[in-house]
Ligand binder design. Structure first.
Ligand code: PMV
Length: 342
């Protein structure tokens, strides 16, 4: 469970891990409030962490947000300010905040940095305001900013049902010895963010209705596979879900096209390798990087294959990660830098 120890008033620091969805959400519910149109199931990842410190201060004129050493502009801070406003209102406080956040992985490359970012922010900010929010309430707050962030409050395998206010843990880290390898094929900024991308898809893709119809069954297959530790079931559901989600994006007008050449080459190769017995399965989010699920005993071989693959710039090996947690606000914020952006 999320640690909710009392901290120095006004200031707190938290850490959360990113997550990668094995069954994806793409599309908002017509009920609004950033509720999702379809269910999703994710694995929280140890190798992709965000640390965030929030300091509410009377002397601060406006909310100020720093990410990886750069100050965010007025547009970029909007979702952060919206979250801080909701928490200030809950706490009956008015001080503005200085937020300093550090990712140990490339931002905006389809590596779900908003998930770990908003999960760490909701925990740090609510703690700094002395709000004793439980994990479910924190998950709901994070979900309003970025739906996948609602899942990053919890470790292990996590579910966010369609139109659910908050995510729920499905199975702990110890449930299944698997790993997720992120094959970075392009670490640049993505052409369109996920929120705009999914609204555009809803409006213009003729396949969107088919996605809404098929996604619950794909989710059920992945969920059953995870609970049974059945790699092949998870692989089939996860890959079909990723292909269908990207098919709806690609058939938007104009197209939302995230996949690059090496992404497609890797999809072919991973399918061939699994037919030859390798426990490897692919998925992609709002970006070209390929996330490869594998079993614990196969990590070294999967990493070797990915590192040697043409077009792969880097490989980040992630094991199932823990719940979001408060940290002591002493010492430097940055954890050991991974230097993965080259
Ligand atoms: O968390 P959001 O609202 O930015 O969207 C995330 C969407 C995907 O990563 C593509 C899928 C998912 O379920 O994480």
């Amino acid at each position: 469970m999320v640690e909710l120890a009392a901290r120095a008033p006004g200031r707190a620091r938290a850490e959360a891990c990113a997550n990668i969805a094995l069954s994806k959400y793409w599309g908002k519910s017509p009920r609004g409030d950033n509720l999702t149109a379809v269910p999703s199931l994710s694995l929280t990842l140890d190798g992709l962490r965000t640390r965030t410190e929030v300091n509410f201060d009377q002397a601060q004129e406006r909310d100020e947000v720093w990410l990886n050493g750069s100050r965010l502009n007025a547009e970029e801070v909007q979702r952060v300010v919206a979250l801080l406003d909701r928490l200030r209102q809950r706490a009956g406080r008015s001080e503005r905040a200085r937020v300093v956040s550090q990712n140990d992985f490339p931002t905006a490359a389809g590596l779900a940095s908003s998930a770990s970012g908003f999960a760490a922010l909701s925990l740090a900010a609510s703690s700094a305001l002395g709000l004793g929010l439980d994990p479910s309430a924190l998950s709901a707050e994070a979900r309003r900013c970025s739906a996948s962030a609602g899942r990053s409050l919890y470790g292990g395998f996590v579910e966010l049902l369609a139109e659910a206010d908050s995510a729920t843990p499905l199975a702990p880290v110890s449930h299944w010895d698997v790993a997720m390898l992120v094959a970075v094929v392009d670490a640049g900024k993505k052409p369109i963010g996920s929120t705009l991308g999914m609204l555009h898809t809803e409006r213009t893709s003729p396949l969107y209705g088919g996605w809404l119809t098929a996604a619950p069954a794909i989710h059920a297959r992945v969920r059953a596979g995870v609970l049974a530790r059945d790699f092949e079931q998870v692989a089939l559901g996860m890959e079909q879900g990723a292909r269908l989600m990207h098919a709806t994006m690609m058939t938007s007008e104009p197209a939302v096209l995230y996949l690059r050449g090496p992404t497609m080459e890797l999809m072919h190769e991973i399918s061939d390798r699994r037919r030859r017995g390798c426990p490897e399965a692919y998925t992609m989010d709002a970006g070209p990087n390929v996330k490869v699920l594998t079993e614990g005993a196969h990590v070294a071989e999967a990493e070797r294959f990915l590192r040697e693959f043409p077009g792969v710039l880097d490989v980040i090996v992630c094991r199932p990660g823990p719940d979001a947690a408060l940290l002591s606000p002493a010492g430097p914020l940055a954890s050991a830098s991974r230097g993965v952006t080259s």
